[in-house]
Design a binder for this molecule. Structure first.
Ligand SMILES: Cc1cc2nc3c(=O)[nH]c(=O)nc-3n(C[C@H](O)[C@H](O)[C@H](O)COP(=O)(O)OP(=O)(O)OC[C@H]3O[C@@H](n4cnc5c(N)ncnc54)[C@H](O)[C@@H]3O)c2cc1C
Length: 505
C-alpha cells in the first residue's frame, strides 16, 4: 500500500522540551500550555469552548497529544463495552474486550508499557516492563488505601522502567506531561512513527486538511489541504482514514459538506459531533508533615478501581478510577498554597511555605461520562483558524449521573487522604483545563441510524472512509482512553487488511 499522512503540525524536538530548563513550570502557561487557545502555535486551531465547564486541551504535531500526555495507560474493563445491557445507560459497543485483547497486547509492546501483572480489576495480562516505583508518596497512599481495605495496584504507564527498543529508562526528571526530554515516555513520534516511516509511509508535516472530497458515486476521492507554504493542494486517495481525535475528526467531517452530504460527511445519522464525552476530572489534595518525593518522579504510580463497577447503593451507575498524583512543582505549589490562603504574606511567609512545599499529594478522579446528544461539537459560525477554516465550538455540561458520582468520589478521596494523615485538604470539583479525553463524536455501531461507523471503523455512508480515533468510542469508561484508542486503531487496520478484497462491499 502507498500511504501518505497529512499532519498539521511539525516534529517536536526533545531538546526544546520544558524539562530541559528551569522554567518548566512557567512554560506550562505559555508555549507548552495544554490549551491550544493559550499556545496559539501555527499548528493549533482555536476552539470555542466558552459554553463548557471543561476546556479542551490537546497537542497538534507529530505524535499528537501523546507528546503532552501523562502516560497513564489503563485499559477499559469488559463491562465498559456493555453498559446498556448491564446498567440501562449509554449503548453497547458492537465489539467486546476479547476482540480488542490481542491489540491491547500488541500496543503494549509497541508503546512499551510498564506495570505489574495480576491486577484483580482486570482480565490477566502481562505488561512488558516492571512497574514504576511507588516512591515515598506512593507508599504512603498505598498504606492508607490498605487501611480502608480497598483495591489499589501499581499503575500501568508508557514510561520505560528499563531500556526499551532504543528508549532510555525514566530517571525521574519529574515532569512527564510537557514532553519527556529523556525519551522514557512513549509518545507516538518515537514509537510508531519511526517504524511506519521505515516501512514506507510518507508523512507530510505542516499540512492542514480542510475537507474530504467525494465523487458522484458517494465514495471519498481524497483531501483538500493547505501545505507548509499555505498553498491549497489536493491529495487523491482510494481510502481515507481520519485520526484527528474527538474534536478534530468531527470538525473535519462537518466541514466536508457537499450536495450529497449537506450536513457534513458520513452524517446521515445526524450524530457527527454529538455524544461528546470528556471524562470530568476532580481532585483532592492534602499535605503531610514529612517530605515526600513531590514532583521528582512520574506523576502517576498507582490507581484504585474499587469504585469502578456499578453498585446501585451509591446512587449512580458505572464508576470512576482513582489515580494517585505525586506532588506539584515548587512554583505551582507556591501559587496553590497562596491561593488557598495556607501561606500568609509578610512575616512567616517563608516558614509557612517551607512547612508545606514538597509535602503534598493528590488523588485525581476520572469519572465515567455518559453519552448525551446535547454535548456536542459543531462549527462556530464566526471563529476560524489561520487558513480561514471554520473552528469547532463545544457545548457541554456535566450529566446528573456524573455529578452524583463526583460527590461520592470526592468524599472517598478525602477518606483516603485522611487515612494517609494528610491535612490542609482542598478539592477541585472540575479540573477546568481537563478536557484531555475527547470521545464519542462519531461512534461505532451496527445500526446506521444510531452510529457513524460500523463495527470495524468504516463509515456507514462512505464505504472508503475510516475513523480510528476516540471519536468512535460508544461509551467512555472511567479510565484514560489512549490504550483503547490505539488498540482500536490496530484492530481496524487489521480488519482492513483482512477484508481488502471486499473492503468496499
Ligand atoms: C495534558 C494531557 C494529558 C493526557 N494524559 C493522558 C493519560 O495520562 N492517559 C491517556 O490515556 N490519555 C491522556 N491524554 C489523552 C491522549 O493524549 C489522547 O487520547 C491521544 O493523544 C489521542 O490520540 P489521537 O492520535 O487519536 O489524537 P491526537 O493525539 O489529538 O492527534 C491528532 C492529530 O491530528 C492532527 N490533526 C487534527 N486535525 C487535523 C487537520 N484538519 N489536518 C491535519 N492534521 C490534523 C493534530 O495536529 C494531531 O497531531 C492526555 C492528553 C493531554 C492533552
Amino acid at each position: 500500500m502507498r500511504i501518505v499522512c497529512l499532519e498539521q503540525g511539525g516534529w517536536v524536538k526533545s531538546s526544546e522540551f520544558p524539562t530541559t530548563g528551569r522554567d518548566f513550570e512557567q512554560r506550562k502557561f505559555t508555549d507548552y500550555s495544554t490549551s491550544p487557545n493559550v499556545r496559539k502555535s501555527p499548528a493549533d486551531y482555536p476552539i470555542n469552548d466558552e459554553n463548557s465547564p471543561i476546556k479542551i486541551v490537546n497537542f497538534n504535531g507529530v505524535g499528537g497529544a501523546t507528546v503532552m500526555y501523562t502516560a497513564h495507560f489503563p485499559r477499559l474493563h469488559p463491562s465498559d463495552f456493555r453498559t446498556r445491557s448491564l446498567d440501562g445507560v449509554g449503548e453497547d459497543w458492537p465489539i467486546d474486550y476479547q476482540t480488542l485483547e490481542p491489540y491491547y497486547a500488541l500496543n503494549d509492546r509497541m508503546m512499551g508499557v510498564s506495570g505489574l501483572a495480576g491486577d484483580p480489576a482486570y482480565p490477566a495480562h502481562q505488561p512488558p516492563m516492571p512497574p514504576l516505583p511507588l516512591g515515598r508518596s506512593g507508599q504512603q497512599i498505598a498504606k492508607a488505601i490498605n487501611k480502608l481495605g480497598w483495591h489499589w495496584w501499581p499503575s500501568e504507564t508508557t514510561i520505560a522502567t528499563a531500556p526499551y527498543e532504543g528508549r532510555a529508562p525514566c530517571i525521574n526528571l519529574g515532569q512527564c506531561t510537557p514532553g519527556c526530554a529523556q525519551g522514557a515516555k512513549a509518545s507516538t513520534d518515537i514509537t510508531y512513527w519511526p517504524q511506519a516511516i521505515r516501512a514506507g509511509v510518507e508523512l507530510r508535516t505542516h499540512c492542514r486538511v480542510r475537507e474530504i472530497t467525494v465523487g458522484p458515486d458517494g465514495m471519498a476521492t481524497g483531501a483538500i489541504y493547505y501545505d507548509a507554504q499555505g498553498k491549497e493542494q489536493f491529495q487523491p486517495a482510494e481510502v481515507v482514514i481520519l485520526a484527528c481525535n474527538g474534536v478534530g475528526t468531527a470538525r473535519l467531517l462537518l466541514n466536508s459538506r457537499s450536495t450529497r452530504f449537506p450536513d457534513g460527511l458520513a452524517n446521515s445519522s445526524g450524530l457527527v459531533g454529538k455524544n461528546l464525552m470528556l471524562h470530568p476530572f476532580a481532585a483532592v489534595t492534602g499535605y503531610v508533615n514529612e517530605p515526600m518525593d513531590g514532583h521528582t518522579g512520574p506523576t502517576m504510580c498507582l490507581w484504585s478501581q474499587e469504585f469502578y463497577e456499578t453498585d446501585h447503593r451509591r446512587g449512580f451507575v458505572r464508576g470512576f478510577n482513582f489515580q494517585f498524583n505525586r506532588g506539584l512543582g515548587v512554583g505551582t505549589e507556591a501559587v496553590e498554597t497562596v491561593a488557598h490562603s495556607f501561606v500568609p504574606w509578610g512575616d512567616g511567609h517563608h516558614d509557612a511555605f517551607r512547612s508545606l512545599v514538597g509535602r503534598s499529594f493528590r488523588i485525581a478522579i476520572c469519572a465515567e461520562d455518559l453519552p448525551e446528544e446535547h454535548n456536542r461539537v459543531t462549527l462556530d459560525p464566526v471563529l476560524k483558524d489561520d487558513h480561514g477554516i471554520p473552528a469547532p465550538r463545544i457545548d457541554y455540561r456535566i450529566g446528573d449521573n456524573t455529578n452524583r458520582m463526583l460527590d461520592f468520589a470526592i468524599a472517598r478521596g478525602r477518606e483516603i487522604l485522611a487515612a494517609a494523615g494528610a491535612h490542609h485538604l482542598t478539592e477541585i470539583r472540575t479540573v477546568t483545563n481537563g478536557g484531555w479525553h475527547l470521545l464519542g463524536t462519531a461512534r461505532m455501531g451496527t445500526d446506521p441510524s444510531r452510529s457513524v461507523v460500523n463495527e470495524w471503523g468504516r463509515s456507514h455512508d462512505v464505504r472508503n472512509l475510516f475513523i480510528v480515533d476516540g471519536s468512535i468510542f460508544v461509551t467512555s469508561g472511567g479510565v484514560n482512553p489512549t490504550s483503547t484508542i490505539q488498540a482500536l486503531a490496530l484492530y481496524i487496520a487489521d480488519q482492513m487488511k483482512q477484508r481488502l478484497a471486499t473492503l468496499f462491499d
